[in-house]
Design a protein around this ligand. Structure first.
Ligand code: SF4
Length: 346
């Protein structure tokens, strides 16, 4: 998920600060006090804000826990990662389910509607390197997953309290955790239930779900957003079609806060040691990593250089198009200037 929701930019009398890319986001329009336009902030907020709070998310904390050096490459150096098919598959399923629940009417959308949402929201960026047949196989698999999801939830469908609920949760004075909760349901007794979708094949057991840092953070975020802790939290493994639900009492919210604060402290101290692990083979930054010296020289260029080359190729294409347009405009201007027919015959 992204770090900020996108809404319409409204002009303010005071010129707002701009991010490195000059883009601005308007956050929390609905929550803004009357007569104001909400908060503007750069599209790429700094890792440590003006008050010294480290801006984290569950994925950032998880990335740091997995390997601090990888965290540094991704979030401090902001090197681009390569989009992969599994990431795009997950993004597409999440987006289709967001549309499925983000409705004004209480009636359950049809299976056809749900497949239409998938079609409209299919993220093809991670499949570009795959042959057409493999791309189609991923798409058909996503359709099957959503058909099964529809069969499972349609009989008890009800509108949730929120989908993709964006939060910015302060943890002490040291950190802000941002993110969005896939779905928040409210039952007939007014109790809240947090649901997060997972698109991996393997289902976690109940104990691991209860120990999920992500769900503990979401429980705290639910209180931050709605003023009340949820009664339950769930991971919905949509590929096998199994939802594991645990009651709030099984979560350790204090431990989750401690993990966030420890990560914030390590980031502030710039502790970014490489930690080789079983995920190194899939790490986008392995060619740069001091723990894996000796890669081929072109490999050592890394994803940042690949991205720069891609941008250069695009720029060259656009400059060529611009030159052709300019030449066309100049040609037509010349013709008009030398056209000596009377205006009525032109
Ligand atoms: S290759 Fe392994 S040790 Fe190096 S940054 Fe990536 S995950 Fe960390």
């Amino acid at each position: 998920m992204t770090d900020a929701n996108t809404t319409t930019l409204i002009e303010d009398a005071t010129p707002p600060a701009e991010g490195p890319d000059g883009a601005l986001r308007l956050l929390d329009v609905d929550g803004a006090p009357p007569g104001t336009f909400g908060e503007l902030e750069p599209a790429s907020p700094p890792l440590i804000d003006g008050e010294g709070r480290v801006r984290l998310s569950f994925s950032r904390v998880d990335a740091y826990d997995n390997c601090p050096r990888r965290f540094r490459y991704a979030y401090v150096d902001k090197l681009p990662g390569k989009p992969g098919p599994h990431l795009s598959f997950g993004t597409s399923i999440h987006a289709a389910l967001e549309d499925f629940y983000d409705r004004k009417l209480p009636a359950c959308p049809s299976e056809e509607d749900l497949l239409g949402f998938l079609y409209a929201r299919w993220d093809s960026s991670g499949f570009a390197a795959l042959p057409r047949q493999e791309q189609l196989a991923f798409y058909r698999h996503a359709q099957d997953v959503l058909r099964r999801f529809h069969r499972r939830v349609a009989p008890s469908y009800r509108l949730p309290a929120a989908t993709e609920a964006w939060f910015e949760l302060p943890i002490g004075f040291e950190a802000t955790v941002v993110g969005s909760i896939d779905r928040v349901d409210v039952d007939d007794d007014g109790r809240f239930h947090v649901v997060d979708y997972k698109t991996n094949r393997k289902v976690k057991n109940r104990e691991r779900v209860a120990g999920s840092l992500q769900l503990a953070i979401y429980a705290l975020a639910c209180r931050h957003l709605f003023g009340v802790l949820p009664a339950t939290v769930s991971l919905d493994f949509v590929v096998p079609g199994v939802m594991i639900t645990v009651p709030l009492e099984d979560l350790d919210l204090e431990a989750a806060r401690d993990v966030v604060l420890a990560t914030a402290a390590a980031v502030r101290e710039e502790r970014y040691e490489p930690t080789p692990n079983r995920l190194c083979d899939w790490c986008d930054f392995r060619a740069l990593c001091p723990a894996w010296e000796g890669g081929a020289p072109d490999e050592l260029l890394g994803p940042a250089v690949e991205e720069a080359q891609r941008l250069r190729r695009r720029l060259e294409r656009e400059v060529r198009t611009l030159r052709e347009l300019e030449a066309g405009v100049a040609r037509i201007a010349d013709e008009l200037a030398t056209d000596d027919r009377p205006p009525a015959h032109r």
